[in-house]
Design a protein around this ligand. Structure first.
Ligand code: MG
Length: 356
């Protein structure tokens, strides 16, 4: 039998185990260990890197189509980078934009995307300070792809947060809210409903309608995060459940913190129409990407207070404490509504292609 040479497939960019192994065995294999100045290095494979007091992130977006219910590639790109920087507890302040435009893209569409980016930047309170534009021949880009890189800095809110954590956990020494920080007893808060973004993009890709209109949740979360960590504190870690959804993000927590997480199915916020659409299409909502949601790991003493604060905000009105960190097992398990326990494995990849 001839051995077929390995080639890049759509799964290599779909979150989950295939992408994770690809990044580890090819990207980190070549670049890991060269980042001598990084405090949170490439090998940590966290949401962003930290070098001294600066957080640095780069994120590309190739969503198809470039306009979808509730958003567009521009709003998505700004929010993606802003949210990843925010996940480390940093305050994003400067971004760079790299556009790769496809020949034939209507100028009116590009202007629409740029205006949407402008609005999102104003919402987030950050600016684009440098960038680059390239054009390629007509092909399969779907109009354009773009990269947004960005810088974040330490804030008084983050210092207050870490001080509160140390009140309950005197040995806590991390300077950022990293994936590896969780300890037994910590509560997991999810800031809102899951599945909305993936299904909104899928509906645009396939021309599907789900009875009611499902819109993407794409939004910048930096302001609500800075307020939560600054005014409540006790936040141990954060992560945005993007490609691969809640299942992927929670498994990443458990792998890096070397603990288990038990979540409660009946606590996971999810819209009725999303449940119905997922059942119709045979999709698991836990594996679908989100673009305006954050997972918070919180010391137990602060969990109710953090939840109460979040539910008073526009971005966190549907927030719930969905689970708890345990040492009874490794990995992620879910107490189901019918009374059983189900293992939540890391997905192979997000079931919907090109959602970001
Ligand atoms: Mg992230």
């Amino acid at each position: 039998m001839a051995i077929e040479k390995e080639k890049i497939t759509m799964l290599h960019g779909a979150g989950g185990t295939v992408m994770h192994n690809f990044v580890k065995n090819h990207i980190v294999k070549n670049f890991g260990g060269l980042d001598l100045f990084a405090d949170v290095p490439l090998e940590a494979m966290d949401d962003a890197a930290a070098i001294g007091d600066i957080v640095f992130k780069s994120d590309s977006h190739a969503v198809k189509p470039i306009f979808f219910p509730g958003g567009d590639i521009g709003r998505l790109s700004i929010s993606g980078t802003v949210n990843d920087i925010s996940a480390l507890g940093a305050e994003p302040y400067a971004l760079a934009s790299g556009f790769i435009l496809e020949e034939g893209l209507p100028m009116a569409d590009l202007d629409c995307i740029l205006e949407s980016m402008r609005q999102t930047l104003i919402e987030a309170g950050v600016g684009i300070v440098t960038g680059d534009t390239k054009v390629v021949e007509k092909g399969s880009l779907g109009g354009c792809v773009m990269n947004i890189s960005g810088l974040g800095r330490r804030s008084i809110a983050l210092e207050n947060n870490l001080q509160t954590v140390r009140k309950y956990r005197p040995n806590f020494s991390a300077r950022w809210t990293l994936d590896s920080n969780l300890e037994v007893g910590d509560k997991i808060i999810l800031s809102g409903t899951i599945g909305d973004h993936g299904l909104a993009v899928l509906s645009a890709q396939k021309g599907l309608t789900f009875g009611s209109k499902i819109e993407s949740d794409v939004k910048p979360l930096n302001k609500v995060i800075q307020r939560t960590i600054g005014e409540i504190g006790g936040i141990i870690t954060m992560k945005d459940p993007t490609r691969g959804g809640l299942a992927d993000a929670l498994n990443e927590f458990t792998e890096k913190s070397k603990i288990g997480i038990l979540i409660q199915e009946n606590k996971i916020p999810i819209r009725k129409d999303v449940i119905i659409a997922c059942e119709m299409l045979g999709l698991d909502p836990l594996e679908i990407g989100n673009e305006g949601k954050m997972l918070f790991g919180v010391v137990p003493q602060k969990a109710e207070e953090a939840l109460g604060f979040l539910t008073q905000t526009r971005e966190g009105k549907d927030a719930q404490i969905i689970g708890e960190v345990t040492n009874a097992f490794k990995g992620v398990a879910m107490q189901t509504t019918v009374g059983g326990k189900r293992i939540i494995a890391r997905p192979v990849g997000d079931p919907i292609p090109r959602i970001c």
